[in-house]
Design a protein around this ligand. Structure first.
Ligand SMILES: C[S@@+](CC[C@H](N)C(=O)[O-])C[C@H]1O[C@@H](n2cnc3c(N)ncnc32)[C@H](O)[C@@H]1O
Ligand code: SF4
Length: 375
C-alpha cells in the first residue's frame, strides 16, 4: 500500500500566515508540469511496484492547472504505476477556482475527493490574511463541487485568526457544518517565522490569541463536529463515517509514499528524502540529470520518534503491540514508562494496549511528546 503526492507550488497571491514553499510565477507552470512528468518516470522504481492506494495533488494551488496539464500527469501515473481501481484521488483547491466551468472541464479526470482551502467564512478575516476569495465564493465552491458530483469533500479552516472571538469561531463552525460536507481539517493559527503575519505581530499590528481562548476554540470544534456526526480521528482532522482521508491516514500509518515536485517529501520505510524547494533549481536538476533531493537514512530511534509523534495525535493512539513488534521491547517500555504520569493525571487513557490522548491531553500534547522522544 503506497501513495503518490504531487506538489503544485503556485499561488495567485500569498496568504500572510503561510510558509509552505510556493511562488507566484504562472509562466513557469507549463515547464514545471513537463518536469513533474519526467520525475514520475525517473522515479518509477521508488515504490517497488507497490499498489497505489492514494494520489494527492497538494500545494500551493493544484486547481490552478488546466485540464490538459492534469491529463498529462494522470496519463503518466496510470501508465507507469499500479494504481488501485478504487484509489482515493484528491486535489486541493482554492475556492475562487471552483467555478461551474472548471468542473465541466475536469469531469473526465479520476478525481473523487476535493479539499477546499476556505480558512474562514468571514470576509474581514479573509481580507486581513490576504486570501483571494470571499465568504460567498467559498460557499459557492462547496455547492459547485456537490453539483459536479463530488460526495467526498473536505474543507480547511483556521481558528485563532487575528481579532477572532470565540463567538466568531462558533459562527464559522455553524456555517461549515450546514454545508453537508464529509471532512474538516481545522488548524490553530501558527505564526511562522518570516511570514508577513509574523512581521505584523512583531510590529504590534496583530497579536496572538490567548492560549486559553485557543483551547476553548478547539474544544468547541470537537463538540460541534461531534454533534454533527464527525469523528475526531486526528487532532486536526474530523470526518463523517467512512470519509477519513486515506492519504493522510497512510502517512500516519507509516506507509511508503512518493513525493513529486519542488519541496515534496518521500518516504520508503527506511529513509526520507526531500526535493529542492525551488522551482528553477528543480527544473534545472531534472533537465540536467543532477541531484534534486536530499536524503536521510532513518535510524531505529528516528522511526520510533516519527511513529510516536504522529500516532499520538490520532484517535487510535500509540499501539504498544505495534511498537514492540517494530521497535523492540526496550523502546516500548521506554514509551510506557514515560507516559505513565500522564495516565495517572487523566491526560492519556490506556486501553486495549493503546495510549490515547484525552481532551485535556490534547491541550498539552507537545509536552507529552517531549517526554516520549528519543534524542
Ligand atoms: C498549504 S495549504 C494548501 C491549501 C490551499 N493552497 C489553500 O490555501 O486554499 C494547506 C492548509 O494549511 C493550513 N495552514 C497553512 N499555514 C497555516 C498556519 N500558519 N497556521 C494554521 N494553518 C495553516 C491552511 O488551512 C491551508 O489550507
Ligand atoms: S495558504 Fe494556500 S493559497 Fe495561501 S499562500 Fe499558502 S499555499 Fe498559497
Amino acid at each position: 500500500m503506497a501513495g503518490i503526492y504531487i506538489h503544485i507550488p503556485f499561488c495567485k497571491k500569498r496568504c500572510t500566515y503561510c510558509d509552505f514553499y510556493t511562488e507566484v510565477a504562472p509562466k513557469l507552470i507549463p515547464t514545471l508540469v513537463d518536469n513533474i512528468i519526467k520525475e514520475l518516470e525517473i522515479r518509477r522504481d521508488y515504490l517497488q511496484n507497490e499498489p497505489i492506494h492514494t494520489i494527492y495533488f497538494g500545494g500551493g494551488t493544484p486547481s490552478i492547472l488546466k485540464i490538459d496539464q492534469f491529463s498529462k500527469i494522470f496519463d503518466v501515473i496510470y501508465s507507469t504505476y499500479p494504481v488501485d481501481k478504487d484509489a482515493e484521488v484528491t486535489f486541493e483547491a482554492n475556492p475562487d477556482d471552483l467555478t461551474v466551468e472548471f468542473f465541466n472541464s475536469i469531469h473526465s479526470l479520476p478525481f473523487n475527493r476535493i479539499s477546499i482551502g476556505i480558512q474562514s467564512f468571514n470576509d474581514e478575516d479573509l481580507k486581513r490574511v490576504n486570501r483571494r476569495h470571499s465568504a460567498k465564493q467559498a460557499i459557492e465552491a462547496v455547492k459547485n463541487s456537490q453539483n459536479a458530483g463530488f460526495n467526498n469533500i473536505s474543507i480547511d479552516l483556521i481558528y485563532g485568526l487575528p481579532f477572532q472571538t470565540l463567538a466568531d469561531w462558533e459562527q464559522q463552525l455553524n456555517t461549515a457544518l450546514d454545508l453537508n460536507i464529509q471532512h474538516i481539517s481545522a488548524y490553530g493559527l501558527t505564526y511562522e517565522e518570516g511570514t508577513a503575519l509574523w512581521k505584523q505581530r512583531e510590529k504590534g499590528r496583530v497579536k496572538s490569541i490567548d492560549d486559553d481562548i485557543m483551547n476553548e476554540m478547539y474544544l468547541l470544534l470537537v463538540k460541534k463536529t461531534k454533534e454533527k456526526g464527525f469523528e475526531a480521528y486526528e487532532i486536526s482532522n474530523f470526518a463523517t463515517q467512512g470519509f477519513r482521508s486515506r492519504h493522510n491516514s497512510s502517512y500516519w500509518k507509516q506507509s511508503a509514499y512518493l513525493g513529486i515536485g519542488p519541496s515534496a517529501h518521500s518516504f520508503d520505510l527506511k529513509s526520507r528524502q526531500w526535493n529542492v524547494a525551488s522551482i528553477t533549481k528543480y527544473i534545472d536538476a531534472i533537465e540536467h540529470n543532477t541531484t534534486l533531493f536530499e536524503r536521510e537514512e532513518l535510524t531505529l530511534f528516528d522511526r520510533y520518534n516519527d511513529y510516536v509523534m504522529v500516532s499520538l495525535r490520532t484517535l487510535e493512539g500509540i499501539d504498544l503491540a505495534f511498537l514492540e513488534q517494530t521497535f523492540g521491547q526496550e523502546l516500548k517500555n521506554y514509551c510506557y514508562e514515560n507516559i505513565k504520569s500522564f495516565i495517572d493525571t487523566n491526560k492519556v487513557i490506556f486501553t486495549n494496549n493503546r495510549l490515547c490522548l484525552t481532551d485535556e491531553g490534547i491541550m498539552i500534547s507537545n509536552q507529552i511528546l517531549i517526554q516520549l522522544m528519543q534524542v
